[in-house]
Design a protein around this ligand. Structure first.
Ligand code: TMP
Ligand code: ASP
Length: 237
C-alpha cells in the first residue's frame, strides 16, 4: 500500500490518498482543540493513543458485524480506511447527562437516559456545530429518511456493543459522537474516529474523567487518562 498525497487535513487527523482509489490512510495528529478550536494545544503522544484506541473499538465493532470504514491499523499513528462520502451530521448518543445538554436544557448532570438519547448536530465549524433535528437533516438534504433511520439504528447498536464492553472494564460510556459515511454502493458505515476525543468515559468506581474533558476543563493530564483507557480495554480483550 503506497501512501500518496494529502487529501484533507482536519483538526485531529490528516487523510492521505493511496494507490488504491477506494482506500485512504488516516494519520492521527497530536493536536487537541476544544470549544470550536478556541482552545488549542499540542499534546505529545495523543495521536498514537487515539489511533490505538480507535483501532481497537473499530475492530470490536467490525467483529460484531457493524459496518465501519476501518480496514486495519498500519502504524502507531495510522489506520487504513475505506474512502467514504462523509454525511455532515454528527450523531451524539447520550446515556448519562453531561456536557452541553446539562448547560442547554438544565438537566442535572448524571441523569440517566433510558432509552439512550440520540441527537443530531450540523457538522459546520463556522456555525459552531448547531443542534438540529431530523426535519432539518431532510430539509437540507443531508441524508434521506432511510439513511437517518439507519444512522440511528447503527448508533444504538454501537452504544450497546461499546457500552457493554467498556462496563466490563470498569468504564462508563457516558456519551459519544459518531460520523457516518456513504460507500459507493450507497450503504452507510461508521466513519471518522471513536476515541476519548469523541466519547465521555468515566471510571465507574472513582468517577474520574478519562476523556477529552480533561483538556476542555483542565481536569488533569490528558495522556494519563487516555493511557488508562487503553490499558483497561487491552486487558479486556
Ligand atoms: P457535548 O456534550 O459537548 O454536546 O458532547 C457530546 C459528546 O460528543 C461528547 O462525548 C463529546 C463529543 N463531541 C465530539 O466528539 N465533537 C464535538 O465537536 C463535540 C461538541 C462533542
Ligand atoms: N471537538 C471540539 C470539542 O469537543 C471542538 C473543536 O474541536 O473545536 O470541544
Amino acid at each position: 500500500m503506497e501512501k500518496l498525497e494529502k487529501l484533507y487535513e482536519g483538526k485531529a487527523k490528516v487523510l492521505y490518498k493511496t494507490d488504491d482509489s477506494d482506500k485512504l490512510i488516516a494519520y492521527f495528529k497530536d493536536s487537541a482543540t476544544a470549544f470550536d478550536a478556541l482552545k488549542k494545544a499540542t499534546i505529545e503522544g495523543k495521536g498514537v493513543l487515539n489511533n490505538k484506541i480507535a483501532s481497537f473499538f473499530f475492530e470490536l465493532l467490525n467483529r460484531e458485524g457493524i459496518p465501519t470504514h476501518f480496514i486495519k491499523q498500519i502504524s502507531d499513528r495510522e489506520m487504513l480506511v475505506y474512502r467514504v462520502e462523509i454525511i455532515p451530521v454528527e450523531v451524539v448518543v447520550r446515556n448519562i447527562a453531561a456536557g452541553s445538554i446539562v448547560k442547554r436544557l438544565g438537566i442535572k448532570e448524571k441523569t440517566e437516559f433510558k432509552p439512550p438519547l440520540i441527537e443530531f448536530y450540523l457538522k459546520n465549524d463556522e456555525l459552531h456545530d448547531p443542534i438540529i433535528c431530523k426535519e432539518h437533516v431532510l430539509a437540507m438534504k443531508l441524508a434521506s429518511e432511510d439513511e437517518i433511520e439507519r444512522m440511528k439504528e447503527l448508533a444504538l447498536k454501537v452504544n450497546e456493543i461499546l457500552g457493554r464492553f467498556l462496563k466490563e472494564q470498569g468504564i462508563l460510556l457516558v456519551d459519544f459522537k459518531l460520523e457516518f459515511g456513504r460507500r459507493p454502493d450507497g450503504s452507510i458505515v461508521v466513519a471518522d474516529e471513536i476515541s476519548p476525543d469523541t466519547c465521555r468515559l468515566w471510571d465507574e468506581k472513582t468517577g474520574e474523567r478519562l476523556d477529552k474533558d480533561r483538556f476542555r476543563f483542565d481536569l488533569g493530564d490528558l495522556i494519563e487518562g487516555y493511557m488508562k483507557v487503553l490499558k483497561k480495554i487491552e486487558k479486556g480483550e
